[in-house]
Design a protein. Structure first.
Length: 125
């Protein structure tokens, strides 16, 4: 939904200007999360996928719910964290990990299961 930063109303996505105050609409409501923007030890694994396409589906679903997330190869080196933050997962990675801040864990797992089925959920540690 399009969002007006001035009057804080949401409108249909086909509108670009708020009909009430003529303010330019944003594509989505700004995040009010206090979670870390860059993954740190407060981030947890909520899913695994075996293809970049499925990883993209999961990331898109989390993004549309305003849940910060990264997709990382299960085997990664020092530079791979930065590639994951940029949205680039190495082609041919055998398994991709889906990570979110701990406070979004339960909601993210529900979204992942809805989008990918039970095969996308990370096993309990």
């Amino acid at each position: 939904m399009a969002y007006c930063p001035n009057c804080e109303y949401e409108y249909r996505n086909d509108l670009t200007v708020c009909p009430d105050c003529n303010e330019k609409l944003l594509k989505q409501r700004p995040s009010t999360s206090t979670s870390a923007v860059v993954p740190d030890d407060s981030w947890v694994q909520v899913g695994t996928v075996k293809s970049n396409g499925r990883a993209g589906q999961a990331k898109e679903a989390l993004d549309s719910s305003n849940i910060p997330s990264v997709v990382m190869p299960s085997k990664f080196g020092p530079g791979d964290v930065y590639q994951a933050l940029a949205g680039a997962v190495k082609p041919g990675s055998d398994v991709c990990l889906i990570m979110v801040p701990r406070e979004f864990k339960e909601e993210a797992e529900i979204i992942i299961e809805t989008v990918l089925g039970e095969d996308g959920i990370a096993p309990e540690a």
